[in-house]
Design a protein around this ligand. Structure first.
Ligand code: DX5
Ligand code: ZN
Length: 216
């Protein structure tokens, strides 16, 4: 078990200064930047596109994960890859062609991520494991920051790890997103999370560096 990586979400940051805010989070010790992309269709809210992703990757050296909460990700993959997002993560719920989408992400030059809502089972991973670089397990229903963490999802982490490891996905990282705080970080870690995404706990605190340290 290596060191856990901390990926602050910039969803709650000043959206007019998102690149500067991301840089400040890097200076405060972030290992990755988590960029929540929402299309107003898959989830009710509308956030940012690839141009903003590009302004962030121009500023920071750490990897950026674009979490695409959109209903038609295939249209956006090239733009986010060209914006130099290290990871592009699509939701399993929006496609009947996950394998193709994951291949499309790698072909565009990024690492391929797949996200699952709290109610989405992970047995499908058995059939795409070698194509997955990152699995994003949602512990809230996506759409908003600052929601209550859904602890019943924790069992999914170890289950997913087992399936990935057993089917050629041993290299895939598991990331957990939604209501992650110092109250659940340790549990998530021991269940097998490699990356903790955290929004309000970090960006809503007076001392983001200390908040990240607490999660570690
Ligand atoms: C939810 C987003 C999360 C969220 C994290 O739709 O995908 O990344 O912003 O924020 P907190 O940690 O506040 O739940
Ligand atoms: Zn997210």
């Amino acid at each position: 078990m290596g060191k856990v990586m901390i990926a602050p979400s910039v969803l709650g940051c000043d959206q007019g200064n998102i690149a500067e805010e991301a840089l400040a989070l890097q200076s405060a010790g972030a290992d990755m930047i988590h960029l929540d992309v929402m299309d107003g269709v898959f989830v009710p809210v509308l956030t940012v596109g690839a141009a903003i992703a590009e302004s962030i990757t121009r500023e920071v050296d750490i990897p950026v994960d674009a979490h695409l909460m959109v209903s038609k990700p295939s249209h956006l993959i090239k733009a986010f890859a060209d914006a130099r997002c290290s990871y592009i993560t699509v939701h399993a719920e929006v496609t009947s062609h996950l394998d193709r989408l994951l291949q499309q992400i790698r072909a565009a030059g990024s690492k391929a991520g797949v996200a699952v809502n709290p109610s989405t089972p992970v047995d499908f991973l058995r059939w795409v494991a070698p194509a997955v670089d990152l699995l994003l397990i949602m512990t809230v229903n996506p759409g908003y920051g600052g929601q209550k963490h859904l602890g019943y999802v924790h069992d999914k982490i170890s289950e997913a790890r087992r399936i990935l490891d057993g089917h050629g996905g041993g290299g895939a990282l598991i990331s957990v997103d939604g209501g992650v705080t110092d109250a659940n970080a340790e549990k998530l870690r021991s269940a097998g999370a490699d990356i903790l995404v955290s929004g309000s706990f970090i960006t809503g605190s007076d001392d983001p560096a200390a908040a990240m340290e607490k999660l570690r």
